[in-house]
Write a protein that binds this ligand. Structure first.
Ligand code: SF4
Length: 266
């Protein structure tokens, strides 16, 4: 199944797998679990198993049907590298992505160890961006796994950001997304944590995307940081670098000015 999405850093979701199991604190209030159970209760056939891991063979080739180039989040309702997903199935998902060079596919996993281990058995075309979730400092080893995966674009999703991440190893990382938790029971995100990541990204010339403050009502808190939005992302032709030289220095200077206490959004 595929659908348009409100996720700010993508355009479409494609879910050849649904359902998952929790692996770390970032999973505590899993949106996919909440949504899968809701859809099951509504009688949606695709979700008859609720949040139990389910492979959808009939959706593996779905992106072939989309002629217009799209930015596609792969498995927003699961984790492609879940231990119960057979390697052969993952290879078929990759085969589709290889055959659709007009689309950009964004894969996000918390199973970075498995992704790293099986990465030699997978093709890594430029249109496949590979990311891992890093919600706090307990799971930064995922970044080391990601750095060993030969994707052209590697990214971090620091959402839900539930603790400081002051020493991110950003070598070989091209994009960082930051967001606070949203929905019932949302844990708070501190501006100091966000600023620290922004500064680290600027130093390493890594694209920075601020997704949301989050909270129980994320529509009320928005996504303004220091009076502006941060929507940076790698270019679709695979150019991973931020502008170098004078332009880059200017960006850092403007951020520093924006980070002055008087201009803070919260
Ligand atoms: S890995 Fe992702 S989809 Fe799976 S339980 Fe955790 S947050 Fe949910």
């Amino acid at each position: 199944m595929a659908s348009k999405t409100n996720i700010e850093w993508t355009q479409m979701t494609w879910n050849p797998i649904t359902g998952c199991t929790k692996v770390s604190q970032g999973c505590k209030h899993c949106y996919a679990e909440r949504m899968a159970k809701r859809l099951q209760a509504m009688g949606v056939k695709r979700y008859r198993n609720g949040f139990k891991l389910t492979l959808h063979e009939d959706l593996i080739e779905l992106p072939f049907r989309w002629r217009e180039p799209r930015l596609i989040f792969v498995n927003s309702m699961s984790d492609l590298f879940h231990e119960e997903v057979p390697l052969e199935f993952i290879q078929r998902v990759f085969k589709t992505m290889v055959k659709c060079p007009h689309h950009i596919f964004q894969i996000l996993t918390k199973r970075s160890k498995r992704a790293k281990e099986i990465s030699p058995a997978l093709p890594w075309p430029a249109n496949v961006w590979m990311g891992t979730s890093v919600e706090d400092s307990r799971v930064t080893s995922r970044i080391k796994d990601l750095q060993k995966i030969p994707a052209k674009i590697r990214f971090l999703s620091c959402e839900p950001l539930i603790g400081p991440l002051d020493n991110l190893p950003l070598d070989g990382i091209h994009w960082v997304i930051v967001g606070g938790e949203s929905g019932p029971g949302a844990r708070p995100m501190r501006i100091e944590w966000v600023d620290s990541i922004l500064t680290q990204c600027r130093k390493k010339r890594v694209h920075f995307f601020f997704k949301q403050w989050g909270g129980v009502r994320k529509d009320l808190t928005g996504r303004i940081l220091h009076g502006r939005t941060y929507n940076e992302m790698p270019s679709r032709n695979g150019n991973a670098a931020l502008p170098v030289g004078k332009k880059s220095k200017k960006i850092i200077r403007l951020d520093q000015q924006a980070a002055a206490p008087s201009s803070r959004a919260s």
